[in-house]
Design a binder for this molecule. Structure first.
Ligand SMILES: Cc1cc2nc3c(=O)[nH]c(=O)nc-3n(C[C@H](O)[C@H](O)[C@H](O)COP(=O)(O)OP(=O)(O)OC[C@H]3O[C@@H](n4cnc5c(N)ncnc54)[C@H](O)[C@@H]3O)c2cc1C
Length: 386
């Protein structure tokens, strides 16, 4: 076995104050917050991938905080206070992320977001219409903006969608470049003296009175005073009993398309499908479409922590692309990928101490870009104090 040398042990793996497992949005933000609380802390972030390899580098880059049908759906199982306090957290989380990284470096674009209603979703649309004034009032208290949601169904023709009926616009949604966001977060971590170790799969944690012993898949052993597990959709590896399940999302990006008739973030099929324009690596006047989701077509197979694509979902997304989003136009797919989310019955992240020296910050759901910075901060406060 390739064991750690004395030098490696001393310089890289001497007992850290806090080891964070997982270098996604949450893990990195927790590390920043810990360093802010006490700059002398030795904080180490361990990631099994060569890059963060779960959801944070795979997502669609929607800077969103809740579409109307999603909020209405959440109100069926949670109180109004709970639902809107989560919306508020997402909103403030996004503002914090943008302020920390800078709009230019993450290529933030305030194009807005649209919820699309199909022809057979009349009842749902009517319900949204009924709640629109109330939601706008609550959101003006949260965001300081009036009329966050408006009905803009006339834009259907301009955008060229087929078989859709109504559109609700959210003027405060934006989009960002996911890769640049993560690159900047990693850059900041290195700048702040946070030790990042990539390519190390943590297999096992063993807590004793004074420390947590950490065992990696390659047999390396080291320790930390405390450990924060920020592995989101993969967290059941350490805690098989937590209320969380992994959910895979398959995504495609097209080749550049001439004069794409829309810009913005679009939610379709009750939010199970999402698409947006992407202008990265395109000549002027061209844009790509990023399209993903449809895991509701095969929930059993898609509730998995295994990366991969399936014919069923690829075919459904392609059909949607060619028949609804860009009908009668030639469009070619450049590539496919998948990412793993962590879901639960509730949309609240799971942030808690599991034992005196081990905490978790997981279950970020489908809006972790918005929630990640505050979730990391909350987890850091928790593990720092305990
Ligand atoms: C396809 C897709 C599209 C999405 N679109 C959006 C969107 O547009 N807007 C939005 O707000 N949210 C979106 N999300 C959700 C968002 O990306 C996530 O909620 C967020 O990135 C979660 O961050 P995280 O840090 O908790 O987890 P992750 O980014 O998954 O990080 C966890 C890390 O832990 C590492 N890890 C796991 N196990 C171990 C181990 N044993 N040892 C060491 N390391 C380990 C993983 O490699 C991974 O890098 C999307 C998610 C997916 C999958």
């Amino acid at each position: 076995m390739n064991t750690l040398s004395f030098w490696e042990q001393q310089s890289f793996f001497r007992t850290a104050d806090i080891v964070i497992i997982g270098s996604g949005i949450v893990g990195l933000n927790a590390a920043f917050a810990l360093k802010k609380m006490d700059s002398s802390l030795k904080v180490m972030v361990i990631e099994r991938g060569p890059l963060p390899f779960g959801a944070s580098t795979k997502n669609a880059g929607f800077a969103c905080f809740g579409s109307m049908t999603e909020i209405l759906d959440d109100l069926k199982t949670s109180s109004k206070d709970a639902v809107f306090s989560l919306v508020e957290k997402r909103w403030h989380g996004l503002q914090k992320l943008r302020a920390m990284l800078g709009d230019e470096s993450i290529q933030y674009q305030p194009f807005g977001g649209y919820e699309i209603f199909k022809k057979n979703e009349k009842e749902q649309f009517e319900k949204c219409l009924q709640h629109l004034p109330e939601f706008n009032q609550i959101l003006s208290g949260i965001t300081g903006h009036q009329n966050v949601y408006t009905v803009v169904s006339n834009k259907n023709a301009e955008f060229g969608f087929r078989n859709t009926s109504q559109l609700i616009f959210n003027q405060l949604e934006g989009q960002l470049n996911t890769g640049e966001m993560m690159k900047k977060l990693i850059h900041l971590a290195i700048e702040q003296g946070i030790q990042l170790i990539n390519g190390l799969d943590i297999e096992f944690l063993n807590e004793n009175e004074n420390q947590v012993d950490i065992v990696a898949g390659n047999g390396w052993r080291f320790s930390a005073r405390k450990v924060l597990v920020a592995t989101n959709g993969f967290a059941r590896h350490f805690f098989p009993d937590i209320e969380l399940w992994p959910a895979r999302n398959q995504v495609l990006i097209t080749k550049p398309i001439d004069k794409l008739p829309f810009k913005g973030s679009f939610h379709y099929d009750k939010g199970f499908v999402y698409f947006r324009n992407v202008d990265v690596a395109c000549p002027p006047s061209k844009s790509r479409i990023l399209l993903g989701g449809s895991r509701n077509l095969d929930l059993q197979a898609e509730n998995t922590a295994e990366f991969g694509t399936t014919d069923l979902i690829q075919n459904a997304l392609l059909k949607l692309l060619k028949e609804v989003i860009l009908p009668d136009r030639k469009v070619e797919v450049e590539s496919w990928w998948s990412g793993i989310m962590g879901l639960g019955k509730t949309k609240r992240p799971l942030i808690e101490m599991r034992s005196p020296r081990i905490g978790i910050a997981v279950r970020l759901g489908g809006m972790g870009v918005a929630l990640g910075s505050l979730a990391g901060e909350e987890a850091a406060g928790m593990i720092f104090q305990e």
